[in-house]
Ligand binder design. Structure first.
Ligand code: NOJ
Length: 536
């Protein structure tokens, strides 16, 4: 039977499971040590067999890779390290043939300093029209030797770099990522054309990078803690941008997922009004510690904040920017916070993995869509990267205190016995980041043969989520449970119980036990840090 071709007219995104591919580290098709589109195409059957609905690719565009591709030099070209535009088109078609939708990543806040516009702006000099597409300003101080304002960078340090003619330009991230001026009509026009370019090539959706940062205070006023509104986070004008983007997406039946880090639930929900973005990542849930009361409160506030705008929630445990789930849940502090990341934080991986398994069943049973970051289905831990191999600018800009994000970006292990665990390069060619020596046990082939593996758990859970009634979009209700136990029902008596207490928990009455994240107690109880799906 032919695989179903993904339809772009339904509300598939309201309860989809979306797999995140970091192309540099997924699979290396040409053997140079860097993952690429050929590698992804060869491994698409893994994703189809896993049972996800869509695949989000972090940027594959032409880029000097100063920030892992989030420094885009040309949105209409694929980086030669990854392949060609023709291959991207083939990949989109092959994914569709397997029933998988493709989501690309658009980075509207900034471009690479190698982008044609920025090179033109540098050459054109102060006062030129080409500089107006960016934020160029004279400096402060007697000779303009001080930056134009005091905005702190998202990656530590200053947000301003001075060019040889004396002007400064703004970059919220690295100096190689100059910020675009979103009051400029060229910037708006160009991005709408880029959206069309990819929708025309059959992508079903777009992830919007740094979605709340685009618009800036017109006077670029100083940042003072508590100043309202903030000079560059979540300005009201930004919604105008997304309203016009939505009109473009609607022409193609395309959908958006916004990278919106905002603590204020009401402000967050504004991005999800019916004429703006369809969905946004739930970072409050991602950052939440493995604690029953905090998790329950986060789930409640998530659902409450999405309800008035009729947007589905998303459930995210991990991505290419944060500490891997199995490691984080095995630490004394199970929350995630960029500010407190340090080298050498101890983790009990056995405990963290048990919790990551339970968390997978929790997220997959909640109403809304779920994101799975590559390697999460393998239970990969955060890797320790030797200092001389670290590439992430976040590490360098922190003055070396922040280990950076490379530990969650290590090339995937596919085959336990093959060189580089089957990632791709032949013996003698190193993957772009080193793989830990003990990763054979996480390899896909080994996990496929193990009924107790993380991969088997994910495949079984995703199949049940597709075939059993009650999952996905729709209501949920908490049911009474012992202290430290989260239990809720969905339609058709589907029930999820997660034991976050230190004691075994009694399961509520049920007619069927659909799945358990770990071994049950001999007396039929649910052990600590274990989750179960039941039919009541
Ligand atoms: C968010 C992306 O996820 C991250 O990887 C990147 O460094 C920043 N945005 C800047 O584009």
């Amino acid at each position: 039977m032919a695989a179903p071709s993904p339809s772009r007219t339904s509300d598939w995104w309201r309860d989809a499971v979306i797999y995140q591919v970091y192309p540099r580290s997924f699979a290396d098709g040409d053997g140079d040590g860097t993952g690429d589109l050929a590698g992804v195409r060869a491994r698409l059957p893994h994703l189809a067999a896993l049972g996800v609905d869509a695949v989000w690719f972090t940027p594959w565009y032409d880029s000097p890779m100063v920030d892992g591709g989030y420094d885009v030099a040309d949105y209409r070209a694929v980086d030669p390290a990854f392949g060609t535009l023709d291959e991207a088109e083939k990949l989109i078609a092959e994914a569709a043939a397997l029933g998988l939708r493709v989501i690309v990543d658009i980075v509207p806040n900034h471009v690479s300093d190698q982008h044609a516009w920025f090179r033109e702006a540098l050459a054109a000099g102060p006062g030129s029209a080409a500089r107006e597409r960016f934020h160029f300003r004279p400096g402060r101080g007697e000779r303009g030797e001080l930056p134009p304002n005091d905005w702190p960078s998202q990656f530590s340090g200053s947000t301003w770099t001075r060019v040889p003619d004396g002007e400064w330009y703004l970059h919220l991230f690295t100096p190689e990522q100059p910020d675009l001026n979103w009051s400029h009509p060229d910037v708006r026009r160009e991005h709408e054309e880029v959206l069309r370019f990819w929708f025309e090539r059959g992508v079903a959706g777009v992830r919007v990078d740094s979605a709340a940062l685009l618009t800036k205070d017109p006077d670029l006023r100083d940042f003072t803690e508590g100043v309202d509104p903030h000079p560059y986070i979540d300005l009201d004008e930004i919604h105008d941008v997304y309203r016009s983007w939505r009109a473009v997406a609607d022409e193609y039946g395309g959908v958006f997922v916004g990278e919106v880090w905002l603590p204020d639930a009401e402000r967050f929900a504004r991005y999800l009004r019916p004429d703006e973005l369809h969905t946004a990542f739930n970072f409050t849930f991602l950052a939440c510690p493995w604690e029953p009361d905090r998790l329950r409160a986060t789930i409640d506030s998530t659902l409450a904040e999405h309800a008035p705008v009729h947007a589905p929630a998303t459930w995210v445990l991990c991505n290419h920017d944060v500490t891997r789930t199995a490691t984080r849940y095995g630490r004394a502090d199970t929350a995630f916070d960029f500010a407190t990341k340090r080298f050498g934080t101890p983790a009990d991986l056995e405990l963290g993995t048990r919790r990551a398994r339970a968390a997978a069943l929790l997220t997959l049973a909640l109403p809304g869509s779920v994101y799975v970051y590559q390697g999460e289905e393998l239970g990969l831990p955060e890797a320790d990267i030797p200092l001389d191999r670290i590439q992430d600018p976040m590490h360098f800009r922190s003055g070396g205190t922040d280990p950076g994000r490379d530990g969650c970006r290590v090339p995937l292990p596919w085959e336990a016995e093959a060189p580089s665990y089957g990632f791709g390069p032949p013996p003698g060619t190193e993957p772009w980041l080193p793989q830990p020596a003990d990763w054979a046990r996480y390899a896909v082939d080994r996990q496929l043969a193990d009924p107790g593996s993380m991969l088997t758990l994910y495949r079984t859970a995703l199949e049940l989520r597709r075939t059993e009634r009650g999952f996905g979009d729709g209501p949920m209700d908490w049911i009474p449970a012992a202290d430290g136990v989260l239990a809720f029902t969905r339609d058709h008596g589907l029930t999820c119980v997660v034991n976050l207490s230190a004691e075994p928990a009694t399961l509520p009455p049920h007619t069927a036990l659909l799945l358990v994240s770990g071994p049950m107690g001999a007396d039929g109880t649910l052990p600590p840090d274990t989750a179960a799906w039941l039919r009541a």
